[in-house]
Design a protein around this ligand. Structure first.
Ligand SMILES: [Zn+2]
Length: 230
């Protein structure tokens, strides 16, 4: 009986810790902005893991065609490799944020000092390119834990999560990804996308068509924070 109770407790604590680390919206270790509190039909588009030398310029072209401003959470080493794309993102009115130096699988397990150095170096690379402060951060894989929380608080970042996870990295057909996205879209949604996939542009075109047909406006994530914070 006692053992049974103990096992139930361990399982409950285990699943809570899993939820706390793997759900960006849990806010257990780190408060992240995941959606705006509004009934107005506004959404934010966010792109992770760029800049990509092939896909990012196409995504930027499309955003410009639809006169939409988005947010790009860039990987430091890629930004250093393709600074002109990051410069273009910023010049065209998009938000540029920190998404760690290399997006290593081991990032969430990195010791505090190393994590601080990783994020600081990324910030310096991005700020050197856009010549403006970089204060927004999205954790790689959306994973948070006490170390990520401490590093982010030390650096004073605003952490951005999401309310719509497209899972566009799975390589599924665009219509299936679209179905997943449209099922989750609500006023104030923050949509997680990637500007490094072969069908990034096809997906974004379909998404813009949906947003226009349903009278959604696209805003930068910081605009959502400033105007409709929870
Ligand atoms: Zn990522």
């Amino acid at each position: 009986m006692v053992w049974g109770l103990l096992i139930v407790c361990i399982l409950a604590i285990g699943s809570f810790l899993f939820y706390a680390s793997y759900s960006i919206a849990s806010g257990v270790y780190l408060k992240a902005f995941c959606r705006a509190n509004t009934r107005e039909k506004v959404v934010a588009l966010t792109f992770d893991d760029g800049p990509d030398p092939i896909q990012s310029p196409f995504v930027l072209d499309l955003l410009s065609r639809y006169q939409a401003k988005a947010s790009f959470f860039c990987i430091g080493e890629k930004a250093a490799q393709y600074p002109e794309i990051v410069r273009r993102m910023y010049r065209e009115g998009h938000l540029v944020g920190n998404h760690s130096l290399q997006h290593k699988n081991s990032f969430p397990l990195t010791p505090y000092r190393e994590m601080l150095a990783d994020l600081t170096q990324t910030q310096e690379i991005l700020e050197g390119i856009i010549e403006a402060p970089v204060t927004f951060f999205r954790p790689p894989f959306g994973v948070t834990n006490p170390t990520v929380g401490k590093a982010v608080r030390t650096l004073g970042y605003t952490t951005i999560g999401w309310s719509v996870r497209s899972l566009d990295t799975r390589g599924e057909p665009v219509d299936r990804i679209m179905k997943r996205i449209t099922k989750q879209i609500r006023p104030g949604a923050v949509i997680l996308l990637h500007d490094r996939l072969p069908d990034s542009v096809e997906l974004l075109t379909a998404l813009f068509e949906y947003l226009q047909a349903n009278e959604y406006k696209v805003k930068r994530v910081d605009e959502l924070i400033n105007n409709y914070a929870l």
